[in-house]
Design a protein around this ligand. Structure first.
Ligand code: 13P
Length: 288
């Protein structure tokens, strides 16, 4: 069943768990995520990248994911990830996204706040006042769709680590329902071991009651991720590891399935299994 993203996350946190969110560039991956969530009896979040949502086919994918969420046996939310273009935000919500990350983290502080408020105003004007808005404070290094090795632990994004002193003001003025933070996490691959700044996260967590979001979870060891919910991190985003696994599977399996009568159906089954295994692992880690 499709569920409000904030309700899903708050209810997980009340049980000491966090909800995994997975970038879906395609329907095969989304089907696998929902199947894994159903098998685990837990909710999950389907993320759509802004570059996907900026195309007509991407908007159709969002509509399809909404239908998938509606028919799921567990709570599923569909979120537009990392969007800073108001047109893309409006279109994605019209297509069926019920949550948006209005991401002004690369902008100066006041402009970041202004972007989130504008996104809310645009959605309200569109009759979508119920859309859940996540905002991001602090800059994450890395590319959301292409993974290259990045230095860990230094908050090397445009704006660096989240400044905990700004958190109360930022949350109050944006009216965001979730807050994405930069605590040494990066999008893509970590060069060396990730060095998450749990001290900074702790400092952020005491300054706001809204759930926090950890992006860039690929490459963060499970024993670190399990600590997240205790610091009010109720949503954890995965992309790189999921697609790395799918690509490795396709690379290994394309030859044999071509030889087996150009068996695309069989190959898609392997894609599904790879994504499902990854999603099952993340679901299990975050509910420990
Ligand atoms: P990774 O690609 O590092 O897993 O990050 C995903 C993410 O944060 C999507 O918003």
């Amino acid at each position: 069943m499709r569920t409000r993203l904030d309700h899903l996350v708050v209810s997980a946190l009340q049980q000491g768990a966090a909800v995994p969110a997975f970038t879906c560039y395609d329907f095969t991956t989304a089907l696998a995520v929902v199947e894994a969530a159903e098998a685990a009896g837990r909710g999950a979040i389907l993320l759509v990248a802004p570059k996907t949502a900026a195309t007509p086919n991407g908007l159709r994918l969002i509509s399809a994911l909404r239908g998938l969420a509606d028919s799921a046996g567990v709570p599923i939310a569909v979120q537009l990830d990392h969007a800073s273009d108001l047109r893309v935000i409006a279109d994605a919500v019209a297509a069926g996204a019920d949550s948006v990350l209005a991401d002004g983290s690369s902008l100066p502080y006041e402009e970041n706040i202004a972007l989130v408020r504008e996104a809310r105003a645009v959605l309200e004007a569109q009759g979508h006042a119920g859309v859940v808005i996540e905002a991001e404070l602090g800059g994450l290094a890395g590319d959301e769709d292409r993974a290259f090795g990045l230095d860990a632990g230094t908050g090397t994004g445009t704006a660096g680590l989240t400044d905990s002193a700004q958190v109360e003001d930022f949350v109050a003025r944006t009216g965001a329902q979730l807050l994405a933070v930069a605590v040494g996490n990066v999008h893509g691959k970590y060069k060396g071991e990730p060095q998450l700044r749990w001290d900074v996260l702790q400092d952020i967590a005491v300054r706001t009651h809204i759930p926090l979001v950890l992006h860039g979870a690929s490459g963060i060891p499970a024993e670190e991720l399990v600590k997240a919910a205790a610091m009010n991190v109720g949503k954890v985003n995965f992309n790189t590891e999921l697609r790395t696994g799918v690509l490795a599977t396709l690379e290994a399996q394309t030859g044999p399935y071509r030889a087996d009568g150009e068996n695309l159906q069989g190959l898609l089954g392997k894609w599904n299994a790879s994504a499902k295994d990854f999603a099952a692992g993340a679901l299990s880690t975050l509910t420990k």
